[in-house]
Design a protein around this ligand. Structure first.
Ligand SMILES: *Cc1c(COP(=O)(O)O)cnc(C)c1O
Length: 404
Protein backbone atom coordinates (compact mmCIF):
# COMPACT_ATOMS: atom_id res chain seq x y z
CA UNK A 1 0.00 0.00 0.00
CA UNK A 2 2.31 2.75 -1.17
CA UNK A 3 -0.25 4.93 -2.86
CA UNK A 4 -0.88 8.12 -0.98
CA UNK A 5 -3.86 10.13 -2.11
CA UNK A 6 -2.56 13.36 -3.56
CA UNK A 7 -2.45 16.21 -1.11
CA UNK A 8 -2.29 19.91 -1.78
CA UNK A 9 -5.54 20.69 -3.52
CA UNK A 10 -8.69 20.40 -1.46
CA UNK A 11 -8.25 16.65 -1.44
CA UNK A 12 -10.05 15.88 1.78
CA UNK A 13 -13.55 15.73 0.38
CA UNK A 14 -15.98 17.79 2.38
CA UNK A 15 -17.96 14.98 3.97
CA UNK A 16 -21.63 15.59 3.43
CA UNK A 17 -22.16 14.47 7.00
CA UNK A 18 -20.27 17.56 8.14
CA UNK A 19 -21.75 19.81 5.49
CA UNK A 20 -24.51 22.24 6.40
CA UNK A 21 -25.74 22.18 2.79
CA UNK A 22 -28.46 20.20 1.07
CA UNK A 23 -27.68 17.86 -1.82
CA UNK A 24 -28.91 20.39 -4.45
CA UNK A 25 -26.28 22.85 -3.19
CA UNK A 26 -23.54 20.26 -2.77
CA UNK A 27 -24.15 18.96 -6.32
CA UNK A 28 -23.03 22.37 -7.59
CA UNK A 29 -20.41 23.38 -5.03
CA UNK A 30 -18.90 20.35 -3.26
CA UNK A 31 -15.25 19.94 -4.20
CA UNK A 32 -15.27 23.05 -6.34
CA UNK A 33 -13.72 26.30 -5.27
CA UNK A 34 -12.98 29.21 -7.61
CA UNK A 35 -9.32 29.01 -8.66
CA UNK A 36 -7.22 30.92 -6.10
CA UNK A 37 -4.98 32.50 -8.74
CA UNK A 38 -7.44 33.44 -11.50
CA UNK A 39 -10.85 33.32 -9.89
CA UNK A 40 -12.04 30.91 -12.59
CA UNK A 41 -15.26 29.36 -11.34
CA UNK A 42 -15.05 26.02 -13.08
CA UNK A 43 -12.47 23.31 -12.46
CA UNK A 44 -10.05 23.43 -15.40
CA UNK A 45 -9.29 20.36 -17.51
CA UNK A 46 -5.80 19.62 -16.19
CA UNK A 47 -4.38 18.01 -19.32
CA UNK A 48 -1.16 16.92 -17.61
CA UNK A 49 0.59 13.61 -17.28
CA UNK A 50 3.27 14.92 -14.91
CA UNK A 51 3.99 17.67 -12.36
CA UNK A 52 7.06 19.63 -11.35
CA UNK A 53 8.89 18.66 -8.16
CA UNK A 54 10.98 21.20 -6.24
CA UNK A 55 13.31 18.46 -4.99
CA UNK A 56 12.95 14.69 -5.42
CA UNK A 57 9.69 13.75 -3.69
CA UNK A 58 8.93 17.38 -2.82
CA UNK A 59 5.85 18.10 -4.91
CA UNK A 60 2.61 20.04 -4.52
CA UNK A 61 0.31 17.05 -4.18
CA UNK A 62 0.59 15.64 -7.67
CA UNK A 63 3.34 13.61 -9.32
CA UNK A 64 1.74 11.69 -12.16
CA UNK A 65 -1.85 11.72 -13.45
CA UNK A 66 -2.58 8.01 -13.14
CA UNK A 67 -2.00 8.46 -9.41
CA UNK A 68 -3.79 11.78 -9.12
CA UNK A 69 -5.04 14.65 -11.29
CA UNK A 70 -6.61 17.89 -10.00
CA UNK A 71 -9.70 17.64 -12.26
CA UNK A 72 -10.27 14.12 -10.97
CA UNK A 73 -9.73 15.21 -7.35
CA UNK A 74 -12.51 17.78 -7.67
CA UNK A 75 -14.89 15.20 -9.16
CA UNK A 76 -13.99 12.69 -6.44
CA UNK A 77 -14.67 15.26 -3.73
CA UNK A 78 -18.00 16.11 -5.36
CA UNK A 79 -19.08 12.45 -5.57
CA UNK A 80 -18.01 11.68 -1.99
CA UNK A 81 -20.20 14.53 -0.82
CA UNK A 82 -23.23 13.45 -2.89
CA UNK A 83 -23.08 9.87 -1.55
CA UNK A 84 -22.52 11.06 2.04
CA UNK A 85 -19.14 9.36 2.08
CA UNK A 86 -15.70 10.51 3.14
CA UNK A 87 -13.80 9.45 0.01
CA UNK A 88 -14.40 8.68 -3.66
CA UNK A 89 -12.21 7.23 -6.43
CA UNK A 90 -12.92 7.57 -10.13
CA UNK A 91 -12.30 5.06 -12.91
CA UNK A 92 -12.40 4.96 -16.69
CA UNK A 93 -15.70 3.03 -16.63
CA UNK A 94 -18.23 1.49 -14.27
CA UNK A 95 -16.60 -1.87 -14.98
CA UNK A 96 -13.21 -0.40 -14.05
CA UNK A 97 -14.74 0.54 -10.68
CA UNK A 98 -16.34 -2.90 -10.23
CA UNK A 99 -13.06 -4.64 -11.11
CA UNK A 100 -11.32 -2.60 -8.42
CA UNK A 101 -13.75 -3.85 -5.76
CA UNK A 102 -12.96 -7.41 -6.88
CA UNK A 103 -9.23 -6.60 -6.67
CA UNK A 104 -9.76 -6.44 -2.90
CA UNK A 105 -10.42 -10.22 -2.90
CA UNK A 106 -7.92 -13.09 -2.78
CA UNK A 107 -7.90 -16.57 -4.32
CA UNK A 108 -10.26 -18.81 -2.36
CA UNK A 109 -12.64 -15.97 -1.44
CA UNK A 110 -16.36 -16.27 -2.13
CA UNK A 111 -18.85 -13.67 -3.40
CA UNK A 112 -22.64 -13.57 -3.03
CA UNK A 113 -24.31 -11.52 -5.79
CA UNK A 114 -27.82 -10.86 -7.02
CA UNK A 115 -29.05 -13.22 -9.75
CA UNK A 116 -30.14 -10.25 -11.87
CA UNK A 117 -27.00 -8.08 -11.62
CA UNK A 118 -25.81 -6.01 -14.57
CA UNK A 119 -24.58 -8.30 -17.38
CA UNK A 120 -21.03 -6.95 -17.22
CA UNK A 121 -20.91 -7.66 -13.48
CA UNK A 122 -22.07 -11.23 -14.09
CA UNK A 123 -19.47 -11.60 -16.84
CA UNK A 124 -16.50 -10.35 -14.82
CA UNK A 125 -17.46 -12.52 -11.82
CA UNK A 126 -17.82 -15.69 -13.87
CA UNK A 127 -15.57 -15.06 -16.87
CA UNK A 128 -12.66 -13.36 -15.14
CA UNK A 129 -12.58 -13.95 -11.41
CA UNK A 130 -13.53 -17.64 -11.48
CA UNK A 131 -10.15 -18.35 -13.09
CA UNK A 132 -8.48 -16.67 -10.11
CA UNK A 133 -10.36 -19.04 -7.79
CA UNK A 134 -12.92 -16.48 -6.63
CA UNK A 135 -16.30 -18.20 -6.73
CA UNK A 136 -19.66 -16.42 -6.87
CA UNK A 137 -23.07 -17.65 -5.77
CA UNK A 138 -25.87 -15.83 -7.60
CA UNK A 139 -29.04 -15.59 -5.55
CA UNK A 140 -32.35 -13.74 -5.42
CA UNK A 141 -31.29 -10.95 -3.07
CA UNK A 142 -34.90 -10.08 -2.20
CA UNK A 143 -35.00 -13.52 -0.47
CA UNK A 144 -32.94 -12.95 2.68
CA UNK A 145 -33.11 -16.60 3.76
CA UNK A 146 -31.61 -17.60 0.43
CA UNK A 147 -28.87 -14.97 0.87
CA UNK A 148 -28.10 -16.26 4.37
CA UNK A 149 -27.92 -19.83 3.06
CA UNK A 150 -25.44 -18.73 0.38
CA UNK A 151 -23.08 -17.17 2.91
CA UNK A 152 -20.19 -19.35 4.07
CA UNK A 153 -16.76 -19.17 5.56
CA UNK A 154 -14.69 -17.24 3.06
CA UNK A 155 -17.58 -15.07 1.84
CA UNK A 156 -15.87 -11.68 1.66
CA UNK A 157 -18.26 -9.69 -0.50
CA UNK A 158 -22.02 -9.27 -0.96
CA UNK A 159 -22.79 -7.47 -4.22
CA UNK A 160 -26.18 -5.77 -4.44
CA UNK A 161 -27.90 -3.72 -7.12
CA UNK A 162 -31.12 -1.81 -6.48
CA UNK A 163 -33.35 -1.21 -8.37
CA UNK A 164 -32.26 -4.05 -10.65
CA UNK A 165 -32.36 -4.43 -14.40
CA UNK A 166 -34.74 -4.91 -16.19
CA UNK A 167 -37.51 -5.91 -13.72
CA UNK A 168 -36.78 -3.11 -11.23
CA UNK A 169 -36.58 -5.37 -8.17
CA UNK A 170 -35.80 -3.40 -5.05
CA UNK A 171 -33.30 -4.81 -2.54
CA UNK A 172 -33.23 -3.98 1.16
CA UNK A 173 -29.77 -2.41 1.61
CA UNK A 174 -29.92 -2.29 5.43
CA UNK A 175 -30.95 -5.96 5.75
CA UNK A 176 -28.35 -7.18 3.25
CA UNK A 177 -25.60 -5.04 4.85
CA UNK A 178 -26.48 -6.63 8.18
CA UNK A 179 -26.18 -10.15 6.78
CA UNK A 180 -22.82 -9.24 5.21
CA UNK A 181 -21.71 -7.81 8.57
CA UNK A 182 -22.54 -11.03 10.40
CA UNK A 183 -20.03 -12.78 8.16
CA UNK A 184 -17.46 -9.97 8.21
CA UNK A 185 -18.03 -9.52 4.50
CA UNK A 186 -18.10 -6.20 2.69
CA UNK A 187 -21.44 -5.07 1.27
CA UNK A 188 -21.09 -3.22 -2.04
CA UNK A 189 -24.10 -1.54 -3.63
CA UNK A 190 -24.28 -0.60 -7.30
CA UNK A 191 -26.27 2.63 -7.00
CA UNK A 192 -26.30 3.44 -10.73
CA UNK A 193 -30.08 3.23 -11.27
CA UNK A 194 -31.05 5.27 -8.22
CA UNK A 195 -28.17 7.81 -8.04
CA UNK A 196 -27.22 9.49 -4.75
CA UNK A 197 -30.04 11.99 -5.26
CA UNK A 198 -32.60 9.24 -4.63
CA UNK A 199 -30.70 6.74 -2.49
CA UNK A 200 -27.51 6.77 -0.42
CA UNK A 201 -26.48 3.19 0.43
CA UNK A 202 -23.76 4.25 2.91
CA UNK A 203 -26.55 5.64 5.15
CA UNK A 204 -28.11 2.15 5.20
CA UNK A 205 -24.92 0.37 6.24
CA UNK A 206 -23.27 -0.45 2.89
CA UNK A 207 -19.46 -0.34 2.85
CA UNK A 208 -18.88 0.57 -0.79
CA UNK A 209 -21.04 2.39 -3.32
CA UNK A 210 -20.38 1.83 -7.00
CA UNK A 211 -21.52 4.19 -9.75
CA UNK A 212 -21.40 3.94 -13.50
CA UNK A 213 -20.86 7.66 -14.16
CA UNK A 214 -21.79 6.88 -17.77
CA UNK A 215 -25.46 6.94 -16.76
CA UNK A 216 -27.29 9.57 -14.66
CA UNK A 217 -24.27 11.28 -13.07
CA UNK A 218 -22.76 12.16 -16.44
CA UNK A 219 -26.34 12.40 -17.61
CA UNK A 220 -25.81 13.32 -21.26
CA UNK A 221 -24.71 10.06 -22.91
CA UNK A 222 -21.40 11.64 -23.86
CA UNK A 223 -18.85 9.96 -21.62
CA UNK A 224 -17.99 6.66 -19.91
CA UNK A 225 -16.81 6.53 -16.29
CA UNK A 226 -17.10 4.88 -12.92
CA UNK A 227 -16.62 5.62 -9.23
CA UNK A 228 -16.34 3.95 -5.84
CA UNK A 229 -17.41 5.86 -2.75
CA UNK A 230 -16.74 4.79 0.87
CA UNK A 231 -16.95 6.25 4.36
CA UNK A 232 -13.76 4.69 5.68
CA UNK A 233 -10.26 6.13 5.10
CA UNK A 234 -8.54 2.75 5.36
CA UNK A 235 -10.80 1.10 2.81
CA UNK A 236 -10.33 4.13 0.55
CA UNK A 237 -6.57 3.77 0.77
CA UNK A 238 -6.80 0.13 -0.25
CA UNK A 239 -9.03 1.06 -3.19
CA UNK A 240 -6.61 3.87 -4.05
CA UNK A 241 -3.75 1.40 -4.16
CA UNK A 242 -5.54 -0.65 -6.85
CA UNK A 243 -6.77 2.47 -8.66
CA UNK A 244 -3.12 3.42 -9.16
CA UNK A 245 -1.66 -0.09 -9.50
CA UNK A 246 -4.21 -1.32 -12.08
CA UNK A 247 -4.56 2.07 -13.74
CA UNK A 248 -8.16 2.10 -15.06
CA UNK A 249 -8.28 5.84 -14.39
CA UNK A 250 -10.30 8.42 -16.32
CA UNK A 251 -8.91 11.29 -18.35
CA UNK A 252 -9.44 14.89 -17.19
CA UNK A 253 -11.85 15.73 -20.01
CA UNK A 254 -14.16 12.90 -18.95
CA UNK A 255 -13.91 14.04 -15.33
CA UNK A 256 -14.84 17.56 -16.46
CA UNK A 257 -17.91 16.25 -18.30
CA UNK A 258 -19.13 14.34 -15.27
CA UNK A 259 -18.54 17.36 -13.00
CA UNK A 260 -20.65 19.34 -15.44
CA UNK A 261 -23.31 16.62 -15.20
CA UNK A 262 -23.52 16.34 -11.42
CA UNK A 263 -24.40 20.05 -11.09
CA UNK A 264 -27.81 19.41 -12.64
CA UNK A 265 -28.36 15.91 -11.20
CA UNK A 266 -31.12 17.02 -8.79
CA UNK A 267 -33.17 18.92 -11.41
CA UNK A 268 -32.70 16.22 -14.02
CA UNK A 269 -33.69 13.47 -11.59
CA UNK A 270 -36.81 15.34 -10.49
CA UNK A 271 -37.93 15.46 -14.11
CA UNK A 272 -36.87 11.86 -14.86
CA UNK A 273 -38.95 10.70 -11.87
CA UNK A 274 -41.96 12.85 -12.76
CA UNK A 275 -41.98 11.63 -16.38
CA UNK A 276 -41.42 7.98 -15.38
CA UNK A 277 -44.22 8.09 -12.80
CA UNK A 278 -46.67 9.52 -15.33
CA UNK A 279 -45.59 7.14 -18.08
CA UNK A 280 -45.84 4.13 -15.73
CA UNK A 281 -49.42 5.07 -14.82
CA UNK A 282 -50.33 5.65 -18.46
CA UNK A 283 -48.85 2.29 -19.50
CA UNK A 284 -50.58 0.59 -16.57
CA UNK A 285 -53.93 1.70 -18.04
CA UNK A 286 -53.03 0.93 -21.65
CA UNK A 287 -54.81 -2.07 -23.16
CA UNK A 288 -51.73 -3.09 -25.19
CA UNK A 289 -49.71 -3.49 -22.01
CA UNK A 290 -49.88 -6.54 -19.74
CA UNK A 291 -47.69 -5.47 -16.86
CA UNK A 292 -45.61 -2.49 -15.78
CA UNK A 293 -42.51 -2.83 -13.61
CA UNK A 294 -41.94 0.45 -11.76
CA UNK A 295 -41.18 0.74 -8.02
CA UNK A 296 -43.44 3.80 -7.83
CA UNK A 297 -46.56 1.80 -8.65
CA UNK A 298 -48.43 0.37 -5.68
CA UNK A 299 -48.64 -2.94 -7.55
CA UNK A 300 -44.83 -3.28 -7.39
CA UNK A 301 -43.97 -6.06 -4.89
CA UNK A 302 -41.38 -3.91 -3.08
CA UNK A 303 -43.22 -0.59 -3.36
CA UNK A 304 -43.19 -0.02 0.43
CA UNK A 305 -39.48 -0.78 0.70
CA UNK A 306 -38.72 1.52 -2.24
CA UNK A 307 -40.75 4.30 -0.61
CA UNK A 308 -38.78 3.91 2.61
CA UNK A 309 -35.32 3.47 1.12
CA UNK A 310 -35.51 5.91 -1.81
CA UNK A 311 -36.48 9.57 -1.98
CA UNK A 312 -38.28 8.96 -5.29
CA UNK A 313 -38.63 6.03 -7.67
CA UNK A 314 -36.28 6.88 -10.53
CA UNK A 315 -36.47 7.14 -14.29
CA UNK A 316 -36.21 3.47 -15.29
CA UNK A 317 -39.17 1.21 -16.02
CA UNK A 318 -40.08 -1.90 -17.97
CA UNK A 319 -43.37 -3.14 -19.35
CA UNK A 320 -44.75 -6.17 -21.11
CA UNK A 321 -46.16 -5.36 -24.50
CA UNK A 322 -49.04 -7.74 -25.21
CA UNK A 323 -47.59 -9.32 -28.33
CA UNK A 324 -44.93 -11.55 -29.86
CA UNK A 325 -41.18 -11.02 -29.88
CA UNK A 326 -41.49 -9.63 -33.43
CA UNK A 327 -44.31 -7.25 -32.48
CA UNK A 328 -42.36 -5.94 -29.52
CA UNK A 329 -39.38 -5.51 -31.88
CA UNK A 330 -41.66 -3.40 -34.09
CA UNK A 331 -42.58 -1.21 -31.11
CA UNK A 332 -38.96 -0.46 -30.20
CA UNK A 333 -38.03 0.09 -33.87
CA UNK A 334 -40.93 2.44 -34.67
CA UNK A 335 -40.53 5.03 -31.91
CA UNK A 336 -39.17 8.38 -32.99
CA UNK A 337 -38.64 10.28 -29.76
CA UNK A 338 -37.39 7.21 -27.89
CA UNK A 339 -34.10 6.08 -29.44
CA UNK A 340 -33.52 2.34 -29.79
CA UNK A 341 -30.29 1.90 -27.83
CA UNK A 342 -28.74 0.19 -24.83
CA UNK A 343 -27.52 2.26 -21.86
CA UNK A 344 -29.60 4.65 -19.78
CA UNK A 345 -29.59 7.76 -17.65
CA UNK A 346 -29.19 10.45 -20.30
CA UNK A 347 -31.55 13.37 -20.82
CA UNK A 348 -32.95 11.63 -23.92
CA UNK A 349 -35.39 8.70 -23.73
CA UNK A 350 -34.04 5.30 -24.75
CA UNK A 351 -35.93 2.09 -25.46
CA UNK A 352 -34.73 -1.51 -25.74
CA UNK A 353 -36.04 -5.06 -25.88
CA UNK A 354 -34.14 -7.33 -23.44
CA UNK A 355 -35.18 -10.61 -25.16
CA UNK A 356 -33.71 -9.44 -28.47
CA UNK A 357 -30.83 -7.30 -27.18
CA UNK A 358 -29.31 -7.21 -23.67
CA UNK A 359 -30.51 -10.73 -22.73
CA UNK A 360 -30.59 -12.36 -26.20
CA UNK A 361 -27.75 -14.72 -25.21
CA UNK A 362 -29.83 -16.23 -22.37
CA UNK A 363 -31.66 -19.44 -23.53
CA UNK A 364 -35.39 -18.74 -24.02
CA UNK A 365 -36.63 -21.12 -21.29
CA UNK A 366 -34.20 -19.66 -18.77
CA UNK A 367 -35.11 -16.16 -19.85
CA UNK A 368 -38.86 -16.80 -19.46
CA UNK A 369 -38.31 -18.41 -16.04
CA UNK A 370 -36.54 -15.23 -14.95
CA UNK A 371 -39.60 -13.20 -16.00
CA UNK A 372 -38.00 -11.75 -19.13
CA UNK A 373 -40.83 -12.35 -21.59
CA UNK A 374 -40.68 -11.89 -25.37
CA UNK A 375 -42.75 -8.70 -25.15
CA UNK A 376 -40.73 -7.10 -22.35
CA UNK A 377 -39.60 -3.57 -23.19
CA UNK A 378 -37.29 -1.44 -21.04
CA UNK A 379 -37.22 2.31 -21.19
CA UNK A 380 -34.94 4.94 -19.77
CA UNK A 381 -37.40 7.80 -19.45
CA UNK A 382 -35.80 11.06 -20.50
CA UNK A 383 -36.72 14.61 -19.67
CA UNK A 384 -38.60 15.47 -22.89
CA UNK A 385 -42.28 16.43 -22.96
CA UNK A 386 -44.28 13.64 -21.34
CA UNK A 387 -47.06 14.15 -23.92
CA UNK A 388 -44.61 13.56 -26.77
CA UNK A 389 -43.35 10.41 -25.04
CA UNK A 390 -46.88 9.02 -24.68
CA UNK A 391 -47.82 9.90 -28.27
CA UNK A 392 -44.61 8.29 -29.51
CA UNK A 393 -45.31 5.00 -27.72
CA UNK A 394 -48.97 5.01 -28.77
CA UNK A 395 -48.05 5.31 -32.45
CA UNK A 396 -45.42 2.56 -32.10
CA UNK A 397 -48.09 0.34 -30.49
CA UNK A 398 -50.38 1.13 -33.45
CA UNK A 399 -47.65 0.11 -35.89
CA UNK A 400 -47.19 -3.22 -34.10
CA UNK A 401 -50.97 -3.85 -33.95
CA UNK A 402 -51.49 -3.27 -37.67
CA UNK A 403 -48.94 -6.05 -38.26
CA UNK A 404 -51.32 -8.62 -36.79
C1 LIG B 1 -23.78 0.51 -17.15
C2 LIG B 1 -23.76 -0.15 -15.85
C3 LIG B 1 -22.57 -0.66 -15.31
C4 LIG B 1 -21.25 -0.62 -16.06
O1 LIG B 1 -20.82 0.67 -16.27
P1 LIG B 1 -19.93 1.10 -17.55
O2 LIG B 1 -19.70 2.54 -17.32
O3 LIG B 1 -20.71 0.76 -18.78
O4 LIG B 1 -18.66 0.29 -17.49
C5 LIG B 1 -22.62 -1.25 -14.07
N1 LIG B 1 -23.77 -1.35 -13.38
C6 LIG B 1 -24.93 -0.88 -13.86
C7 LIG B 1 -26.17 -1.02 -13.05
C8 LIG B 1 -24.97 -0.27 -15.10
O5 LIG B 1 -26.14 0.18 -15.59
Amino acid sequence: MNNKPPAGRDVTPPSAIDSPYDIETRAIHAGQEPDAETGALMTPIYANSTYEQDAPGDHRGYEYSRTGNPTRSDLEANLASLENGSHARCFSSGMGAINTVLNLLSAGDHVVAGDDVYGGTHRILTGTYEQYDVETTFVDTTDHDAVRESMREGTELVWVETPTNPLMRVNDIAALSEIADEYDALCAVDNTFATPYLQRPLEHGADIVCQSLTKYLGGHSDTVGGALIVDDAELDEEIGYYQNAVGATPGPFDDFLVLRGTKTLPVRMDRHCENARELAQWLDENEDVDHVYYPGLESHPQHELAAAQMDDFGGMLSFEFDGSLEEASTVVSETEVFTLAESLGGVESLIEQPAAMTHAAVPREERLAAGLTDGLIRVSVGIESIDDLKRDLESAFDAARTQR
